[in-house]
Write a protein that binds this ligand. Sequence first.
Ligand SMILES: Nc1nc2c(ncn2[C@@H]2O[C@H](COP(=O)(O)OP(=O)(O)OP(=O)(O)O)[C@@H](O)[C@H]2O)c(=O)[nH]1
Ligand SMILES: [Mg+2]
Length: 245
Amino acid sequence: MYKNHRISLVMPCYNEERGLREVYRDLPACVDEVIVADNNSSDCTAAVARELGAIVVAEKRQGYGAAYKTGLRRATGDIIIAMDGDGTYPRNFIPILLDVMIDEGFDFITCDRTGHKDKRSNWLRVFGNDVLNWFILLIYWVRVRDSQSGMWVFRRSILQYLNLTSDGMAFSEEIKLEAMSKKKLVRSKELPIYYKERHGASKLHIWRDGLSNLLFLFRKRFGMLGTAPPLVEPRELNLQKEPNA
Ligand SMILES: Nc1nc2c(ncn2[C@@H]2O[C@H](COP(=O)(O)OP(=O)(O)OP(=O)(O)O)[C@@H](O)[C@H]2O)c(=O)[nH]1
Ligand SMILES: [Mg+2]
């Protein structure tokens, strides 16, 4: 619990047995439940996650977004922290991000790695990220510095408002677009964090995923992706509140 809020951590994982151990090394005590969405891992991800104390949910449809959808449906916290299971995102920022969210009344915080990532070694990723950020500004009028960041903190209740159609890597930009464009329903903020080298092999295919994320932005903007059912129904949120009412 953190300031009277139940906290869930959700991680999509495809062969992240090494990364998961790293995440648990300094996981703050305020996290009440950890959900690992195991996406057909061929290593010991599920066994390691259980050994570490996580709830493991299996998602057979391969893809970052598909894994997230299954993990997020299973989460029960008032606030959800979402991040990769590869050890790259800073666990010790979690209490600070929760402070900003709770004390300042935000509903969605997305974490910006751009001040920290080494621009020389990651120039293609940094360039691809910038191209996607620019298209998001141009065609959605949403300003985001790190559209491809994989760490967000949000109130679970906002999931009822978000149209999350992507099962792939575009899920990351889609959740930001959805939250940051619904200004009347969702108070959003982007905050800087640092970022470490990952443990285990990267699953990102820079060109394939970059181009498909770009295409996704156009298809969504021009209404070609339709509407997905919300990951949380309003009545589920009301039902959970009843015992305290
Ligand atoms: N790419 C990808 N990731 C998946 C999939 N299923 C689960 N994941 C998890 O989603 C997270 C994101 O994938 P990463 O390989 O870390 O991608 P990235 O963060 O853009 O790249 P790195 O900076 O190299 O970590 C990781 O925790 C993966 O294990 C999948 O089908 N494809
Ligand atoms: Mg990663």
